[in-house]
Design a protein around this ligand. Structure first.
Ligand SMILES: Cc1cc2nc3c(=O)[nH]c(=O)nc-3n(C[C@H](O)[C@H](O)[C@H](O)COP(=O)(O)OP(=O)(O)OC[C@H]3O[C@@H](n4cnc5c(N)ncnc54)[C@H](O)[C@@H]3O)c2cc1C
Length: 323
């Protein structure tokens, strides 16, 4: 289930808003948690939702590993709770997408499709997007057998057959993790050798549940309500085959949604915003929370935790500035 909406670009200059104590860019777990903390500290807090309201987790049918919900809950339910929790203390949600930022002036200036915003403190919680295969069936069956997170969704594939797409470290790590649940894991890779490190490769080779399809790419993901099979093409021979699976896990990289900060905040070579242990960025008054600055953990709980850290730091920094 997706809560995405499309934002049209209005004609003419964007109207200007007042200056907020804190603006949080992003309405995923990191953004809502940051907003909960800053609004509860009586800071005037605006959350700019972005096109994917609720973030990535809003697209999954069940979240089983968020503490405090022993029966699990759906992704949309979780983000609705996170939103309500932040609104309870006064945070306001704005349906807009930031297209441009100027962090060289203070208050910071953010330009969205709907209006221009000013923030005394800025929390960047724009997340990251798993790189997609971009094949027919992928979008429709996401959360219905197509997944980008083994830690999150592996449990739902007990005694099922799954495919893992990719040949790097994360593909192999996730393939190994998935063998805890699945009866068979097939790694489908477009080349004839893996990019993953040798130690990881030998662990995979020793695992009797894992098999390979080399030189093979996915052309289409098939299934009515859930994934039933993959249409595969051999890259050398061009041969097309149908491969039955219950789930497909895609690990061909992540792309942080940080384009608008290029040249303004220090990022690593992959585009993740550089941060210290206090979630500070290279610009004083700007913090990063969640996957936009985290290529490693990629969980709701870790992203939410970073949101709380960034918010506490922002509140202390604003206090230190005085009025
Ligand atoms: C299908 C799926 C299932 C998952 N299941 C689980 C699970 O069961 N358990 C678990 O712990 N984790 C799960 N994850 C991982 C989890 O969703 C992420 O770790 C988490 O959502 C990251 O939170 P975030 O707030 O950093 O970023 P995101 O959730 O990526 O949210 C980013 C937000 O930023 C906004 N944004 C981006 N650019 C802009 C902009 N320019 N202007 C304004 N807003 C912007 C977006 O609209 C979005 O609201 C799953 C991920 C996927 C894809």
């Amino acid at each position: 289930m997706s809560l995405q909406f499309t934002l049209g670009k209005p004609e003419g200059p964007a109207p200007v808003s007042e200056t907020h104590d804190v603006i949080v860019i992003g309405s995923g777990p990191a953004g809502y948690t940051a907003a909960l903390y800053t609004s509860r500290a009586h800071l005037d807090t605006l959350v700019i939702a972005g096109e994917a309201v609720g973030g990535q987790v809003a697209t999954t049918w069940e979240v089983d590993n968020y503490p405090g919900f022993p029966e699990g809950l759906t992704g949309p339910e979780l983000v609705e709770r996170l939103q309500k929790h932040s609104e309870r203390f006064g945070a306001r949600l704005e349906m807009d997408q930031v297209t441009n930022v100027d962090l060289s002036q203070h208050p910071f200036r953010l330009v969205g499709y709907a209006r221009t915003y000013f923030a005394r403190a800025l929390i960047v919680a724009v997340g990251a997007s798993p790189r997609k295969l971009d094949v027919p069936g992928e979008r429709r069956l996401t959360g219905r057998g197509v997944s980008y997170c083994g830690t999150c969704d592996g449990w739902f594939f007990q005694d099922k057959q799954v495919a893992v797409i990719g040949g790097g470290d994360s593909a192999l790590e996730e393939a190994l993790f998935l063998t805890r649940f699945a009866s068979k894991v097939t790694i489908i890779h477009r080349r004839d050798q893996l990019r993953a490190g040798p130690a990881l490769q030998s662990r995979v080779e020793r695992n009797g549940k894992i098999g390979y399809l080399w030189n093979t790419v996915v052309e289409e993901i098939l299934g009515e309500k859930t994934v039933q099979s993959l249409c595969l093409r051999h890259v050398n021979t061009g041969e097309i085959t149908e491969f039955p699976v219950d789930g497909v896990f895609v690990f061909i990289g992540h792309i942080p949604n940080t384009d608008i900060f290029q040249g303004q905040l220090d990022t690593d070579e992959l585009g993740y915003i550089k941060t210290d242990q206090h979630r500070r960025t290279s610009v004083a008054g700007v913090w990063v929370a969640g996957e936009a600055g985290d290529p490693h953990y990629r969980q709701v709980i870790t992203s939410a935790g970073m949101g709380a850290m960034a918010a506490i730091e922002a509140q202390r920094w604003l206090d230190s500035l005085g009025d």
